[in-house]
Design a protein around this ligand. Structure first.
Ligand code: PRP
Length: 211
């Protein structure tokens, strides 16, 4: 458990990190260390009693679950896939995209009653989506560029993140059905929420006010 009075918040490296740093700047925090971080992974916001940790999305959840970080900013995609014991307290509105079922353009995905094969980086999200439909599918886990799977006939479709739709379009694929919306969320360790209640609630309020 991170038991100092400072709030330690883990940010998902990359775009969500940039958007969160922008939000911190809007709040009025000194983000100079965060803007000029080099290869450092733990940074401070001087004068605000906030320490920022930069991590990969799934690791943000791990650090918050273990209480070594009090809070985290992570995409709903990672939350939906990994789950975990934490409070999801706020939707930051940025990092907006969606999970969608997609595949070869013009293919009638729901036609016929054979078991379909779905390639995805998100097997849990995919399983729940088809379970809710009462539809049996085979799921193949792929690590990246999932769009290749239907093109190479490994799968009938994919469940993947769609943001602009450009990757699908440029590869002759199309969305068959939206699965669920995604955006950046703030998560909080339940013990930190009790022990650092006021400081955490104040930070969340500042973030919500400046979204
Ligand atoms: C994500 C996602 C799609 C693409 C969607 O991939 O898996 O491939 O972005 O974006 P678009 O709708 O704006 O084209 P990412 O860039 O994370 O790479 P990956 O496929 O290797 O994981």
């Amino acid at each position: 458990m991170n038991d100092r009075k400072t709030i330690r918040i883990a940010l998902t490296k990359g775009r969500l990190e940039k958007d969160t740093v922008g939000l911190f700047e809007k709040i009025g925090y000194d983000v100079s260390q965060l803007r000029d971080k080099g290869r450092r992974l733990i940074l401070e916001i001087p004068g605000a009693d906030i320490e920022v940790v930069l991590a990969k999305a799934a690791d943000v959840i791990t650090y918050v679950e273990h209480g070594v970080c009090d809070m985290g900013v992570v995409g709903k995609d990672t939350i939906d896939e990994h789950g975990g014991r934490f409070f999801e307290v706020c939707d930051l509105g940025f990092g907006r995209c969606r999970f969608a079922l997609a595949g070869q353009k013009g293919f009638d995905f729901y036609k016929g009653c054979g078991v379909k094969t779905i390639a995805t980086k998100y097997p849990n999200v995919t399983r729940r989506f088809f379970e809710a439909k009462g539809m049996d599918v085979d799921i193949v886990k792929i690590e990246g560029s999932v769009e290749l799977a239907p093109l190479l006939s490994l799968s009938d479709g994919i469940v993947d993140i769609v943001e602009t739709g450009t990757t699908l379009k440029e590869n002759g694929l199309e969305v068959y059905e939206d699965v669920s919306p995604i955006s950046a969320r703030v998560i909080v360790n339940p013990v930190s929420m009790k022990l650092k209640k006021t400081a955490i609630e104040n930070l969340i309020a500042e973030m919500e006010k400046n979204i």
